[in-house]
Design a protein around this ligand. Structure first.
Ligand code: C2E
Ligand code: MG
Ligand code: MG
Ligand code: MG
Length: 282
């Protein structure tokens, strides 16, 4: 017997569902332990600037490399962290770690890096004044505010538009830019998305990959990128794995390119070495 997640009805479940529920409880325990005992690792994926021809951004991506369940991936643990509200503390843990990483890079003389991005869950907006918390964490590390960018997704827009607008205003007041992640995965209508006061639009990899196969999507992606620029925002193309995809992203006039073609997500130590070496050469 189990409770139906949505409306609390009692229902009977088969063995498959029981395994699923058991696994979920185990993952919750892993997440709680990781928070209190430090099992999370923040990885960084360097992002290529087409204009500057070097890596000027990096995205922070959370990893759980060794748990009693083996390595866990964001596709599994982020939704569970969101459902249980654990994501709130996890996000601030990531932000704190990223600020320390940035501080370390600045001390090592890495100057080409513009910012490191932090993924911000929609659940964050159910909390009182998330902007204040973000500001206080950045401030506590004494790094320039512009070194952090916050990534939000279209789903936030659908659920908490007003909170989001206030958040963006408070971020801008300090010089923290906001990116819209996973654009093109289709939660909201185009006009409401493009009317948001965000600084950067990240075109989802599914859009790029579809554009490879379909001429109409390719035309759409080019004109989307043009519109985004005309609206005063900049564009990142995600999921670039091949030289052909890189060329297409450049044809779309994307400002930045993110993908395995340039760099995979890597632990902080490796990312520091990667960014330092690449910058010395350029
Ligand atoms: P995202 O924010 O859209 O991050 C980009 C994802 O694409 C990452 O997956 C990255 O490893 C992957 N990626 C980058 N380049 C390529 C490529 O060329 N090819 C392919 N196939 N994939 C590429 P990852 O790390 O598994 O994260 C998945 C999602 O989990 C993220 O999507 C984000 O929504 C969420 N996530 C990860 N870390 C965090 C976090 O710290 N906080 C929150 N709230 N969400 C996170
Ligand atoms: Mg992201
Ligand atoms: Mg993304
Ligand atoms: Mg994505």
């Amino acid at each position: 017997v189990a409770k139906d997640g949505k409306n609390g009805n009692i229902c009977y479940c088969g063995p498959g569902m029981l395994d699923h529920v058991k696994r979920r409880f185990k993952v919750i325990d892993v997440l709680k332990d990781a928070l209190t005992q430090g099992g999370f690792q923040v990885y960084y994926q360097p992002i290529w600037s087409v204009e500057k021809q070097c890596f000027t951004l990096a995205e922070s991506l959370l990893r759980l490399p060794s748990t009693p369940l083996g390595p866990l991936y964001p596709s599994e643990f982020i939704p569970i962290a969101e459902e249980t509200g654990l994501i709130v503390d996890i996000t601030y843990y990531v932000l704190d770690t990223v600020c320390r990483f940035v501080h370390d890079l600045l001390e090592s003389g890495v100057t080409m890096l513009e910012s490191v991005t932090v993924n911000f869950s929609g659940v964050q907006f159910s909390q009182h004044n998330p902007a204040e918390k973000v500001i206080s964490i950045i401030e506590s590390h004494g790094i320039p505010y512009r070194m952090i960018k916050i990534e939000i997704t279209e789903s936030v827009l659908a659920e908490s538009r007003q909170e989001l607008e206030e958040f963006i205003d408070l971020m801008h007041a300090k010089g923290v830019e906001v990116s819209l992640d996973d654009f093109g995965t289709g939660y909201c209508n185009l006009v409401s998305v493009l009317s948001m006061d965000v600084d950067v639009i990240k075109l989802d990899k599914s859009l790029l990959w579809a554009a490879q196969k379909d001429q109409k999507t390719a035309i759409m992606m080019k004109s989307l990128s043009r519109s985004v620029h005309e609206l005063g925002m900049r564009v990142v193309s995600e999921g670039v794995e091949t030289d052909e995809q890189r060329a297409f992203a450049e044809e779309c006039c994307c400002d930045w390119i993110q993908g395995y073609y340039y760099a995979k997500p890597m632990p902080g130590k490796d990312a520091k070495r990667f960014l330092t070496e690449r910058i010395e050469k350029s």
